[in-house]
Write a protein that binds this ligand. Structure first.
Ligand SMILES: [Zn+2]
Length: 91
């Protein structure tokens, strides 16, 4: 893959272009921060319906499992979204 900014060859799995890091040294940190931010938001978005379910149905076995899975799914989704977004903003 080629870097959109400088046109140089970059490994496909690279989060940032090694040729461009000279002028943007905080890039990988910003991507990380975006990921963490997204993960936190996703976690709380997943937590709300989980709490609601617990209130509605009580902490029975199936509900407990859903209450654990929902925030974790939200966290994973938010993390991915945050990383992709931070990556795009940088480009
Ligand atoms: Zn570049």
């Amino acid at each position: 893959m080629q870097c959109a900014k400088c046109g140089q060859e970059v490994p496909a799995e690279a989060i940032y272009c090694p040729h461009c890091t000279g002028d943007r040294k905080t890039t990988d940190r910003q991507v990380m921060q975006g990921g963490v931010k997204g993960a936190l938001i996703g976690f709380f978005i997943g937590l709300l319906p989980a709490i609601w379910l617990l209130n509605q149905y009580g902490a029975v076995r199936g509900i407990k499992a859903i209450a654990v899975i929902l925030p974790l799914t939200g966290l994973a989704t938010g993390l991915t979204y945050g990383l992709v977004r931070a990556k795009r903003e940088w480009k």
